[in-house]
Design a protein around this ligand. Structure first.
Ligand code: PMT
Length: 219
């Protein structure tokens, strides 16, 4: 049993990778499993929130009581997030969104030839940055996955996107596995949560988030 610290709140989350099509059979993606995002969606639900989980392609079932919206590309993820956003108190970006997509996806399968093939990439919108910049923005929680210098990069991302809370992790700790090691960054500084199962960390992140929301007052 966990206290319903998010009762009456609506939470929208993103999770998993995005898949950016090159042609009808190929694409660019990454190795996010969705486990961290799904664990957080479950923890938010168990804390009493109404939860919409916008998920890239992963092999996980939706947690009980969570509304899951399946997407592939970053553009689809952005559209689904903005559809789900009305009435949201909290937005949590756990997804490993592709920063770039092929400038033009080929309509038909690209045929092999002996020639060098060049792929032109165009930047994707930053969903979290757009949500955080809304005039009536929900409480925004970002994630940062880094391979080194976690404190510096995570703090930089939190400041750049003006996020009240950012969860930092190293890719070698967090990507794909069942455990993770995370550090929370907020206006009061740095809070290391240590290494634990993603479900356990998700519950601790929700407790921290609920305390910050409580301090901020009713939305
Ligand atoms: O899925 P798992 O295997 O369990 O792995 C979990 C995880 C490592 C993917 C997760 O814990 C994590 O760190 N997710 C963020 C991944 C990341 O690299 O984020 P980023 O540094 O590219 O982006 C920073 C923030 O902006 C993130 O909240 C991201 O969701 C968001 N973003 C980024 C780019 C973009 N175009 N749109 C976004 O919303």
């Amino acid at each position: 049993f966990r206290p319903k610290v998010l009762a009456g709140r609506k939470v929208v989350l993103t999770a998993g990778p995005t898949f950016e099509a090159i042609d009808p059979v190929r694409g660019i993606t990454n190795s996010s499993s969705g486990k961290m995002g799904y664990a957080l969606a479950r923890a938010c639900r168990q804390a009493g929130a109404e939860v919409v989980l916008v998920s890239g392609p992963v092999a996980l079932a939706a947690p009980l009581g969570v509304q899951r919206v399946g997407v592939h590309s970053a553009l689809q993820m952005r559209a689904a997030v903005f559809d789900a956003l009305p009435g949201a108190d909290v937005f949590i970006g756990v997804a490993a969104v592709a920063d770039y997509r092929p400038a033009q996806a080929a309509e038909h399968k690209i045929k092999k030839s002996g020639d060098v093939l060049q792929l032109s990439l165009t930047p994707n919108p930053d969903i979290l940055a757009e949500v955080a910049a809304l005039p009536q923005a929900p409480f925004c929680v970002g994630f940062a996955a880094e391979s080194r210098d976690l404190d510096a990069y995570a703090t930089g991302k939190r400041t750049a996107k003006r996020l009240p809370l950012l969860v930092g992790n190293l890719v070698q700790d967090g990507l794909g596995g069942d455990d993770n090691e995370v550090v929370l960054y907020d206006d009061n500084g740095r809070h290391a949560l240590g290494r634990a199962a993603k479900g356990e960390l998700a519950a601790r992140i929700v407790d921290h988030l609920a305390a910050l929301l409580e301090r901020r007052g009713p939305s």
